[in-house]
Ligand binder design. Structure first.
Ligand SMILES: Cc1ncc(COP(=O)(O)O)c(C=O)c1O
Length: 381
């Protein structure tokens, strides 16, 4: 039997046709598929502005640039996240404060954000990055209240959460609608809800932020509308454009998103039913009943210290059985590039010691999932 990866794209003939079709257009970048894809995203998420770019990392960088962050501005971000937002903030010489995460979900909480603000005696906070680890958008209503209190921007690193929804005052909103965040970012990497090969999405409802995004995405160029050969550079921008070839794939994938979400939910529920009461040392994070997840990851927490084992032992055991589990993520302060001393971040430490992501993807068969569940149960026996 082949290895079972923790994630995998789903590509069908319609996707292939769409890509081939894009190749016969006159413009294979900055062409019709970019516009079509952006319009479709806007309609799906119900936001005012949506743009594509060539990675989730680029989307996060564009978000930071377009809200006007400058050297020494204070930004808060989760201590546990993929490195993209930290790297981008560092490259802009921002003052970064890592917020501790919940030991089960791996997400920042309102309490932990407030703790970070109080402990560091922070005054002029410019922005907060939140990340919906695994695709479960937790605590949006309460975090929005903190935003209002301190008047900072919220950037959603929603790279796991395309298709997820949250409840705010009894109404459901899609993550990316930007009703309770200033700007949202998504990744279109093959392991995410939908893919364009590589790619990213950035959404906002703010007109001036939107204008900045398009400027920074393409070298800071402002073209003269009547004389196409004349242009000015009004920002130090980048080439973060996504080609029409990628957009053709993304466009076709977005048509299938509800099918993808349904399949992922079914896999999530099977894991949940089989593992939730299986063993006291295996904990499945409890998410709020008010959210509709994108089910990007299935995260379990194992109390290894109680089993007198450690995570490496478990990961090696899974590997031997051809199951490729994953770590989402190694806390940022553990990397060599992180030079500051950390004081507490107890939740992040516990989360890192205990959490593992099990395989979940559209085409994961029942047979393979049964096998994974059996392998996990055998570990405890
Ligand atoms: C939470 C999170 N943030 C940011 C990124 C960066 O996205 P990309 O790989 O498309 O640059 C990823 C992708 O791995 C991610 O999972």
């Amino acid at each position: 039997m082949k290895n079972i990866p923790y994630g995998k794209q789903f590509i069908d003939n319609k996707d292939k046709k769409s890509v081939i079709n894009s190749l016969s257009h006159d413009l294979i970048t900055t062409g019709p598929y970019v516009e079509k894809f952006e319009k479709k995203i806007k309609k799906f998420l119900k936001c005012n502005y949506s743009y594509v770019c060539n990675s989730g990392t680029a989307a996060i960088h564009l978000a930071m640039l377009s809200i006007g962050l400058k050297k020494n501005d204070i930004i808060l971000m989760p201590a546990v996240n993929f490195i993209a937002s930290y790297n981008m903030a560092k490259s802009m010489q921002l003052k970064i404060y890592l917020v501790d995460v919940d030991e089960q979900t791996g997400q920042v909480t309102p309490g932990k954000i407030q703790e970070c603000i109080n402990y560091n005696k922070l005054k002029k906070i410019k922005a907060l990055i939140v990340m919906y680890n695994g695709g479960y958008p937790e605590n949006i209503e309460k975090i929005y209240k903190i935003k209002k209190k301190y008047n900072f921007f919220i950037i959603e690193d929603a790279c796991h959460a395309l298709g997820a929804e949250y409840k705010y005052k009894n109404k459901y909103y899609k993550v990316g609608s930007c009703k309770h965040a200033d700007i949202s970012t998504f990744s279109l990497h093959p392991l995410k809800t939908i893919t364009s090969g590589e790619g990213g999405i950035i959404t906002t409802n703010n007109h001036s932020i939107a204008k900045k995004i398009t400027l920074f995405r393409s070298h800071g160029i402002l073209r003269n509308k009547k004389m196409h050969w004349k242009y000015d550079i009004i920002e130090n921008g980048y080439n973060y454009r996504l080609s029409d070839i990628n957009c053709a794939l993304g466009f076709s994938q977005l048509s299938k998103i509800n099918f993808f979400l349904k399949k992922r939910k079914k896999i999530y529920e099977k894991y949940l039913n089989e593992l939730k009461t299986f063993n006291l040392n295996l904990i499945i994070p409890k998410y709020s009943s008010d959210i509709k997840s994108s089910f990007h990851l299935f995260i379990i927490n194992i109390l290894f210290h109680k089993l007198k084992k450690n995570k490496d032992h478990f990961m090696k055991y899974l590997l031997q059985k051809k199951v490729i589990a994953q770590q989402h993520y190694i806390p940022i302060y553990k990397f060599s590039i992180y030079k500051k001393k950390i004081s507490s971040l107890i939740g992040s430490k516990k989360y890192y010691n205990n959490s593992i992501s099990l395989p979940i993807y559209v085409n994961l068969s029942k047979k393979k999932q049964d096998k994974i569940i059996k392998i996990i149960k055998n570990y405890f026996n």
